[in-house]
Write a protein that binds this ligand. Structure first.
Ligand code: PRP
Length: 192
């Protein structure tokens, strides 16, 4: 049931406040720094949604890292994303033999991550893991799991802190949700 106009900021409620997000990102930074101690992981941010989270995450790491970005655009069909993606920006450097940590803003159906696992594994990284700020596991269509999870969230439509609706709201400093909406059609992903 749609209770508000998804394109209006006044329809949004705070799900995760900015200080709550900052505290959790610090914890993730500690955990990743511990786990990769003595190594230099290669962080691959998935554009566009992950860029805000990744910028904060790297500033909470006490190990050296290298970074790259992969731009993808999902195609949707039916009621969920299909996992078919178009690469809009390829990796700049080889990931062969590297400890690769994919950085995502959200895992929803899991189809994007499943696709990424296939594509990136083919380039023979030494290891391949995923950190996601948000995990909407109740909406999973394929059995994928993140290695590091910021927050498990219910099946609500979220924006802010990098996440968008029709490219809007990425600038919001916190994670907000549209009241009463489990999911709404995503303009850039029909049927999302
Ligand atoms: C989001 C997110 C993931 C994907 C997850 O990207 O960044 O890449 O959806 O969804 P899934 O688990 O159902 O496949 P989106 O398509 O919204 O693009 P954006 O990052 O450019 O906003």
């Amino acid at each position: 049931m749609l209770m508000g106009d998804p394109s209006s900021e006044s329809s949004l409620e705070v799900l995760l406040g900015s200080s709550q997000v900052a505290a959790r990102v610090r914890e993730l930074g500690d955990e990743i720094s511990r786990d990769y101690h003595g190594r230099t992981p290669h962080l691959v941010g998935i554009l566009k949604g992950a860029w805000v989270f990744m910028a904060d995450l790297v500033r909470n790491l006490v190990i050296e890292v290298t970074v790259d970005f992969l731009g993808i655009q999902s195609y949707g069909a039916g009621t969920t994303s299909s996992g078919e993606v178009k690469i809009t920006k390829d990796l700049d450097v080889s990931i062969a033999g590297r400890d690769v940590l994919i950085v995502e803003d959200i895992i929803d159906t899991g189809r994007t991550y499943q696709y990424l696992q296939g594509v990136l594994s083919a380039h023979k990284p030494k290891s391949l893991k995923l950190v996601t700020l948000l995990d909407k596991s109740s909406h999973r269509a394929v059995p994928v799991k993140a290695d590091y999870i910021g927050f498990r969230i219910p099946d609500v439509f979220v924006v802010g802190y990098g996440l968008d609706y029709d490219q809007k709201f990425r600038r919001l400093p916190d994670v907000r949700y549209l009241r009463g909406v489990a999911s709404v059609p995503h303009p850039s992903r029909p049927g999302w």
